[in-house]
Design a protein around this ligand. Structure first.
Ligand SMILES: Nc1ncnc2c1ncn2[C@@H]1O[C@H](COP(=O)(O)OP(=O)(O)OP(=O)(O)O)[C@@H](O)[C@H]1O
Length: 266
């Protein structure tokens, strides 16, 4: 599995409205969640990790190599991103062409491009919509299509910016299963999310960003046990904790199952 190292990374927008400043951070787990308030710098970090923005100082190393030294195709094979808003990355006339376009950025063989596109569309459940215009799909389907464009390229590291936002229940279930399949097959999945129930239930590694810096790295249980931090950075703890709290129990619970395990003998 890949590792991402950030060393003395700084970036400031030209307007000087916001600065990101990461001393030393290391993502080495298969599934990593990055959380934090609006404007904390999460999407800016993703733009740096994909080369859409260039840091003013510091280095991003992926598997020990300076990311900025890689050729464009090597970058695409190392890191793929799905944006918060799928409409920012969909522009082809059909669903199939959309995915094929992505694969064509990293290879030339037409048959392989088509095969990979169809496999990725099947994986997200859009294989019956290949001829449709992406803008005729629902928002959930457009989000899954943007995921398919990355699955078809199959980079080592998948970055997802708010993947669960606006997804219907079935699509959430499907995407969560894909996350685990990716992690189990040696990929790294790094996701920005505001969905703390999902973080608590599915992730082992969570990083908190505050004002352009990392303020916490650890397990969801450690994060949600730190009530002062959770309140300071405006995170909503898992809903099961609010339910337990209303019953006079202020312990940390990550899911209904977790609550059940800890309370079934009482
Ligand atoms: N292109 C830009 N030019 C100038 N400032 C920007 C630009 N993009 C983002 N910012 C500012 O940088 C700060 C960090 O934005 P960023 O989108 O990285 O935060 P975020 O943590 O991803 O927020 P959210 O959770 O709302 O997506 C914000 O104050 C934002 O207004």
């Amino acid at each position: 599995m890949s590792t991402i190292e950030l060393n003395h990374l700084t970036f400031t927008y030209p307007e000087r409205s916001f600065s990101l400043d990461v001393e030393d951070e290391h993502f080495a787990d298969p599934m990593v969640a990055i959380v934090g308030q609006n404007g904390a710098g999460k999407s800016t970090l993703f733009k740096l990790l994909t080369g859409l923005l260039t840091p003013q100082t510091g280095v991003i190393k992926i598997d020990g190599e300076d990311f900025n030294d890689l050729k464009p195709v090597e970058k695409l094979l190392k890191v793929g991103i799905t944006f918060q808003n799928p409409d920012d990355q969909l522009f082809n006339p059909t669903v199939q062409q959309e995915v094929e376009w992505s694969v064509a950025q990293v290879m030339d063989d037409h048959d392989t491009i088509t095969r990979r596109a169809l496999e990725a569309l099947k994986r997200v459940g859009l294989d019956d919509k290949t001829a449709e215009n992406p803008y005729d799909l629902s928002l959930s389907e457009r989000k899954l299509l943007s995921v398919a464009t990355v699955l078809a390229v199959d980079p080592a590291i998948y970055l997802f910016d708010e993947p669960m936002m606006s997804l219907d229940w079935e699509s959430r279930r499907k995407l969560t299963a894909i996350f685990h399949q990716l992690a189990d097959s040696g990929h790294q999945v790094v996701t920005i999310t505001h969905d703390m129930d999902w973080v608590a239930a599915e992730f082992e590694s969570v990083y908190v960003m505050e004002h352009g810096k990392f303020g916490f790295a650890g397990s969801p249980r450690d994060l949600f046990s730190d009530h002062e931090l959770v309140q300071r950075v405006g995170l909503l703890p898992p809903r099961i904790m609010a339910v337990a709290e209303s019953l006079g129990d202020s312990r940390t619970y990550l899911s209904v199952n977790d609550y059940w395990q800890k309370n079934r003998d009482i």
